[in-house]
Design a protein around this ligand. Structure first.
Ligand code: NAD
Ligand code: MG
Length: 379
């Protein structure tokens, strides 16, 4: 029996992970966390009978009085308690945003293997996470379609033979709009992703291409590859999930229908490919197209390279300013293009205050500074 503790079980990745646990009788949901979705959390408890559950805070406590066999934890502290409950468990982190950082760090310190959808953690704390993973000898496997693909393509050659990693990008909801057409787009427009059905934040991040920026930084930390060897390309069909080009100019690609169940499964069964959950690829009507990334149209990709190469806490500035901007946009407080403006001005504001030797408290402190800067100016 393999035990999993699933953080963010009520979200898009969380639900798809539960689909997989349900289908394998050797998988057990030992514990999970949710934030506010009480009714879905009750369904999950009834169906999966976990022993431990963490929720946002104790305000929903009484709603769960009937579940006598479950131990409940609350708040940020409760996430840290949850990842430590039992020795024999793998942590799946599918929380959205930097809220996923502290539980990731705690899980690694508790010597738990971690399957990480929460890319914000790696982007903001890449050096720290890599050091902890090494010190504690745990496995960290990405749950992101591109990085799952790259991991598989990297099995073919040696690290020193890599010429470049090519990350594909669907282009998001506004792929075919010009910059002037972006001025008055709405939240409803932004949430209409052509290929993937995902949580709100990542859907908006895909449209601004910040998601691709985060993924470039994620790839740098995961695979220890210099930014000069990481490229992005627009591939609107989302069939090739990423590629690795070797020094002989041969390119290895990973193809599959766009369905997150596959990268989630790869992480859960790593390194095996045991069963099919997603549809087979149908070649009878398959056209694949590619377009060079246009950095004038998608300036946030270039900004990601800038903060990535600078290192230190600048990737956190990129990520946190985006998190706050997206939530302001989602709440109708700013216009779509203000998201880019907020990220650009935040980087400008903090670029001369970069710190390189940080621990988690320094990061969380910096995160607060960036949040206040954005909220004071834009809300
Ligand atoms: P989502 O919004 O659907 O779900 C997020 C989950 O996090 C929910 O369970 C929510 O309850 C929980 N949560 C939100 N704020 C929290 C907080 N402050 N503290 C604790 N828990 C909190 O998001 P998603 O689309 O499932 O994405 C989750 C992560 O996976 C993100 O980092 C995203 O970038 C990454 N990811 C998602 C996809 C996808 O297809 N959805 C693909 C690749 C990577
Ligand atoms: Mg991705």
């Amino acid at each position: 029996m393999k035990n999993f503790i699933l953080l963010g079980a009520t979200g898009s990745i969380g639900s798809q992970t539960l689909d997989i646990i349900k289908k394998d009788k050797n998988f057990n949901l030992l514990g999970f966390s949710f934030f506010e979705n009480v009714s879905r959390a009750k369904e999950i408890i009834n169906e999966f009978k976990p022993k431990y559950v963490t929720m946002k805070d104790s305000s929903f406590k009484d709603e769960f009085n009937n579940f006598k066999d479950v131990t409940f934890f609350y708040g940020e502290r409760g996430l840290l308690d949850l990842v430590k409950v039992e020795e024999n468990a793998t942590i799946i982190n599918s929380i959205v945003g930097l809220a996923g950082l502290a539980p990731t760090v705690e899980a690694i310190k508790a010597k738990k293997d971690i399957l990480l959808a929460n890319k914000e953690t790696l982007v903001c704390a890449g050096d720290l996470i890599k050091r902890l993973v090494k010190e504690n000898k745990v496995n960290l496997i990405p749950i992101d379609s591109e990085h799952s693909a790259i991991m598989q393509c990297l099995k073919v050659g040696k690290k020193k033979e890599i010429k470049k990693i090519i990350i594909t990008a669907s282009g998001g909801s506004f792929r075919d709009l010009s910059r002037s057409e972006l001025e008055n787009v709405t939240l409803v427009d932004a949430l209409r992703h052509p290929n993937w059905n995902m949580g709100k934040k990542i859907t908006i991040d895909s449209s601004t291409m910040v998601n691709k920026g985060l993924e470039v930084i994620e790839a740098h930390y995961l695979f220890d590859v210099d930014y000069s060897k990481i490229e992005t390309v627009i591939h609107k069909e989302s069939i090739i999930h990423s590629m690795v080009e070797y020094k002989d100019n041969g390119i290895i690609a990973h193809l599959a229908v766009p369905d997150m169940h596959l990268p989630i499964m790869y992480a859960m069964y790593y390194p095996r490919h045991l069963k099919g959950f997603t549809q087979e690829l149908d070649f009878s009507n398959l056209n694949l197209s590619f377009k060079k990334m246009d950095i004038k149209r998608f300036p946030m990709v270039e900004k990601a390279y800038y903060v990535g190469k600078a290192g230190g806490v600048l990737p956190l500035v990129y990520n946190t300013s985006n998190e706050v901007a997206v939530s302001l946009f989602t709440n109708g407080k700013i216009k779509y293009l203000d998201i880019e403006d907020i990220i650009t001005k935040s980087i400008e504001r903090f670029k001369d205050e970069n710190i390189y030797d940080y621990d988690i408290d320094d990061l969380l402190e910096f995160d607060k500074k960036v949040r206040s800067f954005v909220l004071e100016k834009w809300s």
